[in-house]
Write a protein that binds this ligand. Structure first.
Ligand code: GRF
Length: 199
């Protein structure tokens, strides 16, 4: 089984997946950003990497077509977006329906998009967290696989909050990918089914 991880930057979620001893035969890391820190981390761990630089393409469709061509070389069971900062076209998302997951640093449907920790603090919510979801063409709105919640503390800053959420991201993303690879999680239409059968 093959897992493709798409990254754009630091790659700490990618690293958590690489260290999670997932039931896969091969992992390939693909970045749209040749300078992504995560590419170095992956290479240092002996993981195959590739870069499809989005700046070389004149539009989103052309970039996504090149990305899909690269991904299809590997025939992955699952494509995990891990801090991948490009919005994907509808065609791309449909092509990989049920095989495309994302980690988002909020309790969706609250705070889709960017600056989630800052917005959670501004809104004064008391519970925050992160969400693993299947990707659909609605940004940050796909069917939810797993969430983790944490309390917001009185003296939290964006940084302290981000740090505690990130620890949970690493935990639930590995869990979700592991379950998917064991065949326990499936997307049926717009619903995620989790089976106990193959534990
Ligand atoms: C994570 O918080 C992820 O949820 C968000 O971007 C951040 C990426 O961090 N989409 P990393 O590259 O995985 O360290």
């Amino acid at each position: 089984k093959t897992l493709v991880i798409l990254i754009s930057g630091r790659g700490s979620n990618m690293q958590a997946l690489l260290e999670a001893q997932l039931p896969v035969d091969r992992i390939v890391v693909v970045s749209n950003n040749p300078d992504a820190e995560g590419l170095k981390t992956a290479a240092a761990l002996g993981i195959q990497t590739a870069t499809i630089d989005h700046r070389v393409f004149s539009n989103r469709e052309a970039f996504d077509a090149a990305l899909a061509e690269e991904i299809d070389h590997y025939q992955p069971e699952l494509i995990a977006l891990a801090g991948f900062m490009r919005i994907l076209t509808r065609d791309f998302v449909l092509r990989y329906q049920g095989r495309l997951m994302n980690i988002h640093p909020s309790l969706l449907p609250a705070f889709p998009g960017l600056h989630t920790h800052q917005r959670a603090l501004q809104e004064g919510v008391k519970i925050h967290g992160c969400t693993v979801h299947f990707v659909t063409s609605a940004l940050d709105h796909g069917p939810i696989v797993i969430q983790a919640a944490i309390p917001i503390l009185a003296n939290d800053t964006c940084q302290t909050l981000a740090k505690r959420v990130l620890q949970q991201e690493h935990r639930i993303y590995s869990q979700a990918v592991c379950w998917f690879m064991h065949g326990r999680i499936r997307l049926c239409g717009n619903t995620v089914t989790v089976s106990e059968a193959s534990i």
